[in-house]
Design a protein around this ligand. Structure first.
Ligand SMILES: Nc1nc2c(ncn2[C@@H]2O[C@H](COP(=O)(O)OP(=O)(O)O)[C@@H](O)[C@H]2O)c(=O)[nH]1
Ligand SMILES: [Mg+2]
Length: 323
């Protein structure tokens, strides 16, 4: 997973190195001071204009890694600024310079706001209410089961709310998970008001001293006005502590538009990206974090209850840049 960018980055390094090789080299007998000056000349090569080609290549690499266009452009911009700012320093390796600038830019996006879910649950007044949003089939229900397992392991009392009252079979699917995990499920009939289900789950958690309510919701397209209004109603009625947006790590450009519209409808606290075990290039994580300005909390890395990995920006960027 996440290996595409590294390959392309090597091409970018090479392009920059070629640029520098084309720069005037110091004479053989040049003294150490002359060499230092020459290296400085080498840096001068890295002007915006000279970087245009290599930066374009890097932008293509980002796009091929499924980073959305506006996000790739913004990253390129920040890398460009990072590189220009470095011009006066003595450089030993251009590859390091490029990588550092890119690394800083990616880490800046992925660590904009940090939110440690477990720490939040630990510190916050109980019950902590968490509502999950996203389109159909991204893995909301599975992720809720995984988090229920994780919280249960830590000794928390968990209640799951069957807030997907829309899709046939959704309540039964969640009920199976709840039974397997030995976790309380609050459900109403299919077609009932999801806000009411979640409200009941919170009330149950209060009177039974449970710690966390994990509320499922129906998958909905970000373009469906009625269903997005329903999500706003859930948010108004429940006033959840956290809203978590679930999408796929393998999502492409469309993920950006989805993340933006979901975040506009009900501001999210963070995202979870599922299916990172599939052939994921990692771009969705960067795009979604950039567009929402909110952290990625976890990666789903399989279909089992334990297949949830806490998202670590450093680890992620290391994977991308293969350090
Ligand atoms: N490989 C893989 N499959 C996943 C992951 N998370 C969910 N799935 C699968 O994706 C499908 C849809 O998941 P579901 O939770 O029903 O999505 P929902 O419609 O958003 O609730 C199911 O077959 C899940 O087993 C993951 O991290 N990795
Ligand atoms: Mg579901």
């Amino acid at each position: 997973m996440f290996d595409k960018l590294r390959v392309k980055l090597n091409e970018f390094r090479k392009a920059i190195d070629d640029k520098l090789k084309a720069a005037p080299q110091p004479a053989e007998k040049a003294g150490i001071l002359d060499k230092a000056v020459a290296i400085t000349k080498g840096e001068v090569i890295l002007t915006e204009k000279d970087l245009e080609g290599p930066l374009w290549e890097l932008e293509m690499a980002l796009l091929e890694s499924d980073v959305a266009l506006p996000v790739a452009e913004s990253i390129i911009d920040s890398v460009k600024k990072g590189l220009s700012g470095q011009r006066k320093r003595l450089l030993s390796s251009t590859g390091d310079l490029v990588e550092d600038a890119l690394r800083d830019s990616l880490l800046g996006i992925l660590s904009a706001h940090t939110l440690d879910f477990e720490e939040y649950v630990k510190a916050h007044e109980k019950p902590v209410t968490v509502v999950f949003t996203g389109v159909n089939g991204t893995g909301k229900t599975t992720t809720i089961a995984k988090l229920a397992e994780l919280l249960k392991e830590k000794g928390y009392g968990v209640v799951i709310a069957a807030g997907d009252t829309f899709r046939a079979g959704a309540i039964e699917q969640l009920e199976k998970h709840a039974d397997r995990l030995g976790v309380k499920l609050i459900k109403h009939q299919q077609g009932s008001d999801p806000a009411a289900v979640i409200y009941d789950a919170v009330a149950y958690a209060r009177s039974n001293r449970k710690d966390v309510v994990l509320a499922d919701t129906a998958g909905r397209l970000h373009t469906n006005v009625n269903l997005m209004e329903q999500l706003k109603k859930i948010s108004r009625v429940i006033k959840p502590d956290l809203v978590i947006f679930v999408d796929e790590a393998i999502a492409g450009n469309d993920a950006v538009e989805r993340a933006r519209l979901f975040n506009d409808a009900v501001p999210i606290s963070g995202s979870i990206l599922t299916k990172a075990d599939a052939d994921s290039k990692g771009g969705a994580a960067i795009s979604i974090a950039h567009i929402t300005g909110k952290p990625i909390l976890y990666l789903g890395i399989g279909q089992g209850y334990k297949d949830l990995k806490k998202f670590d920006p450093e680890w992620f960027v290391d994977r991308l840049l293969e350090r």
